[in-house]
Design a protein around this ligand. Structure first.
Ligand code: NAD
Length: 309
């Protein structure tokens, strides 16, 4: 039954004043870090200091920035950290030898090899050498299996884990919702889909990728869209149904001569075009991005607890 015109006008008015929730990843990450700082202090009082080793091979500038941020986060939280910066011509064998050394180091509970390594390094083979109990990136097949099996002892990749924390922090329920995850990488898309479909989250999940037919049409059926594509501002208003929740994982540099660095960072979502249609959305920067390092710290604390109990 169509409601009378007076009711429809009232509803229109309410909708007009219903504002979009801008999901503040910086604030949520900050709260998580505060809580972690307390946990770390408790562990330290027991003589246990969580330790993270970050390994960078080569001089990729973006990787150097990421590694720097991770080590700084450790220092701010009082974690023990080791930063290994290896030359670009480091061999696979040398890198694996270092991993074995870190596996045996009792001060180290988390090991992270910054991705992507130089082309001559087989990243998957390197990951296989990391002790799964120290694999705080959640890339080892043993941890991939634990995620699928919903075994909470495993490690889940930090970015999708951060997305789930954002939904939780804003009280956004996923149960019974249709979530479309755009992207099928092992770092974001697939673990994100697994988290959403888990018995904890209970979403109905569709994974979309570069060969998906009518992606905008599919996305318009979504209550929740997670964009992890790596294509600047691809998800526009045509992809989003009124009231959907949009999590933008993308970090893309686009040329901008008005900026001191000559570029700016945008997501995979055309934020301005989409935001008024959404019930909630993450901005870029300041949405999903800040959560990744917070979750890395959380995974390191978890690894320390599990290895020292
Ligand atoms: P990836 O390149 O490994 O995967 C991209 C996925 O997008 C692929 O599965 C591909 O099938 C899909 N895709 C490509 N073009 C498509 C199209 N036209 N339509 C539909 N799907 C398409 O990338 P990734 O490592 O998963 O990262 C995705 C994005 O997230 C990047 O922008 C990356 O920088 C960003 N990222 C951010 C964080 C963070 O901390 N916020 C962490 C990891 C990645």
């Amino acid at each position: 039954m169509v409601p009378p015109i007076s009711v429809r006008l009232k509803l229109k008015k309410i909708n007009k004043f219903m504002s979009t929730t801008i999901i503040d990843g910086k604030e949520v990450a900050c709260k998580i870090r505060e809580k972690l700082a307390e946990e770390i202090a408790e562990l330290k009082a027991l003589g246990k200091t969580p330790g993270l080793a970050v390994v960078l091979v080569g001089e990729d500038p973006a990787s150097q920035v990421y590694v720097g941020s991770k080590v700084r986060a450790c220092e701010e939280l009082g974690l023990y950290s080791q930063k290994w910066e290896l030359p670009a011509d480091t061999t696979q064998e040398q890198l694996v030898e270092l991993i074995h050394q870190l596996n045996a180091d009792e001060r180290i509970h988390g090991i992270l090899v910054q991705s992507p390594p130089p082309a001559h390094i087989d990243e998957e083979a390197v990951i296989l050498n990391i002790d799964p109990r120290k694999d705080v990136d959640g890339f080892h097949p043993a941890n991939v299996a634990k995620l699928v099996l919903e075994d909470e002892e495993g490690f889940v990749p930090c970015t999708p884990l951060g997305c789930m924390e954002l939904l939780k922090a804003y009280g956004i329920s996923t149960a019974g919702k249709h979530a479309v995850v755009i992207g099928r990488s092992m770092i974001v898309g697939k673990p994100m889909a697994n988290l959403l479909v888990s018995k904890k989250a209970n979403a109905t999940v569709t994974i979309a990728h570069s060969r998906t037919a009518d992606l905008p049409g599919l996305c318009r059926t979504a209550d929740i869209i997670v964009a992890a594509v790596g294509r600047p501002e691809m998800v526009n208003a045509d992809y989003v149904k009124e009231g959907a929740v949009v999590l933008d994982v993308g970090i893309n540099r686009i040329a901008d001569s008005s900026r001191p660095r000559g570029y700016r960072i945008v997501g995979d979502v055309d934020y301005e075009a989409v935001k008024d249609k959404c019930s909630a959305i993450t901005p870029v920067p300041g949405g999903v991005g800040p959560m990744t390092i917070a979750m890395l710290m959380a995974n390191t604390v978890k690894a320390c607890r599990q290895l020292t109990r």
